[in-house]
Design a protein around this ligand. Structure first.
Ligand code: NAG
Ligand code: NAG
Length: 464
């Protein structure tokens, strides 16, 4: 980072103390410099986002979004048989594109569902490993959503719809590599000593999507190979210094062998959920359909995580300092199927009651309780400057008293249950805080799936 503190400003501000000295900082295209950038505040506060995998793979909607690769490269039997049985000989993957019709795609309706879920950011695949761009890219001739299939700018339409919701940030996923792109294969054959593919395709695409759609998340993926091949630090330095989103954009760690090392937030690997705090901001990206990111028809109910499992994942992730990015796969014709919609709306229902214990929180000294299982902690500074601690239990206690071993009360401590009007009785003894579990008729329960006890003025506040 190069910071130029102009002498003029320093001299000037010495006389007028209300003018802070302006520091001009520029990041250099190397990881040391890029790592010095502070994380834009919004990203840690929002905690919960929706990931959307949508592309030509949504047409066969079979197996997973890796359909093309499984069929053509791995020649996996299930895929080869599927094609033999259902498509004429000579049918190519490219032929699926014209069936990517998106006739029911209503981005405002999608935005309504995402808003109802309580998510505060969304990340849409602008291009997956198949190379098809969901926007009219100048470098993806005849393999983009304006020229083939939908005949629409899928990315731009969603950006517009999301921006009507004041509270949701718009982000884009982008795959650096493409399985079968001839330029990429040529570089690969040259042992990546040539850079035809990044120069002519991937890097121009990144500039296009940032300049055209101003995403606040660049979620990079498909980072096969080395960051020197992709020249990732050069792009990220531009993103931080000069791009139209330089002040608010965040990016992940999939830039060519730097996973879990560099980037504004670490994703490490898919479904990363370490169960403890990390020394860096991280994100757990996961799918509601356990086995696929893209929509697939050959799945079944048991394969979908239920709402309780989703809430548990959210709570564990946030307790440990992560964000949760929960994936849905829309259909080729542009629908978010009712089971995804129901899951999202139910998570939102839960967040309506318990959002105080999620949004804007920080990890506490303990992530889960030392005695009682399935209790996870978050914390937040209140307006009086002390720390409120939230104990979220993922199972409604079956005993009259719930023991919290990690917590020590003071005479000032108050215990409440979010969404429940009456104060909660408690007692402190050597074993911890003993919470009297109220008897609540089932139809008067504040919520399902997880319940939050808010604890104020604890002795062990853990200041950060
Ligand atoms: C494609 O190129 C045209 C002409 O240079 C330009 O106006 C347009 O913004 C470009 N599209 C994208 C997505 O960058
Ligand atoms: C708390 O979490 C840790 C790590 O995930 C686990 O090993 C431990 O058993 C948990 N404690 C309880 C009481 O469940």
């Amino acid at each position: 980072m190069i910071c130029l503190l102009t002498a003029l400003v320093v001299v000037f501000s010495a006389f007028i103390s209300s003018v802070p000295p302006t520091v001009y900082c520029r990041y250099e295209p190397n990881w040391d410099s890029l790592d010095k950038r502070p994380l834009p505040l919004w990203y840690d506060e929002v905690k919960f986002g929706i990931f959307i995998h949508w592309g030509v793979f949504s047409v066969p909607a079979f197996g997973s979004e890796w359909f093309w690769y499984s069929w053509r490269h791995n020649k996996a039997k299930a895929y080869v048989d599927f094609m033999k049985k259902n498509y004429p000989p000579g049918f190519t993957y490219a032929d699926f594109a014209s069936q990517f019709t998106a006739e029911f795609y209503d981005p405002d309706h999608w935005a309504d569902i995402f808003e109802a879920s309580g998510a505060k950011y969304i990340v849409l695949t602008s291009k997956h490993h198949e190379g098809f761009t969901n926007w009219p890219s100048n470098v993806s001739f005849n393999w983009n959503s304006m020229q083939v299939g939908p005949k629409r700018d899928l990315v731009g339409e969603l950006a517009t719809a999301i921006r009507k919701k004041k509270d949701i940030h718009f982000g884009l996923y982008h795959s650096l590599f493409e399985w079968f792109n001839p330029l990429y294969l040529k570089d690969k054959a040259n042992n990546f000593t040539t850079r035809y593919f990044p120069v002519d395709k991937s890097i121009p695409e990144l500039y296009e999507i940032v300049n055209s759609y101003k995403p606040e998340v660049i979620w990079s993926d498909g980072d096969a190979g080395d960051w020197r091949y992709w020249k990732s630090p050069e792009f990220i330095a531009w993103l931080y210094n000069d791009s139209p989103v330089k002040d608010t954009v965040v990016t992940n760690d999939r830039w060519g062998g730097v996973s879990c090392k560099h980037g504004d937030f670490w994703t490490c690997h898919d479904r990363f959920n370490p169960g403890h705090v990390l020394p860096h901001k991280w994100e757990n990206c996961m799918t509601i359909d356990r086995g696929s990111w893209g929509y697939r028809r050959n799945t079944n109910l048991n394969t979908y995580l239920n709402t309780g499992e989703l809430i548990s994942t959210l709570v564990e992730t946030v307790s440990c300092g992560g964000n949760l990015l929960m994936n849905v796969g829309p259909t080729h014709d542009g629908r978010i199927i009712p089971i995804f919609e129901e899951r999202l709306r139910q998570v939102g229902q839960w967040l309506k009651v318990n959002g105080e214990a999620i949004y804007g929180t920080k990890p506490w000294s303990h992530q889960n309780d030392t005695v009682t299982k399935h209790v996870w902690y978050t914390s937040k500074k209140n307006s009086a400057g002390s720390i409120d601690v939230y104990a979220i239990t993922l199972e409604w206690p079956t005993t009259a008293v719930m023991q919290l071993g990690a917590v020590t009360a003071t005479t000032q401590t108050q215990v409440t249950l979010l969404g429940y009007p009456k104060p909660i009785k408690y007692r402190q003894d050597a074993k911890g805080l003993l919470i009297g579990i109220p008897f609540i008729p089932i139809n008067a329960m504040p919520c399902e799936w997880g319940w939050t006890f808010k604890l104020t003025n604890l002795k062990n506040q853990y200041n950060y």
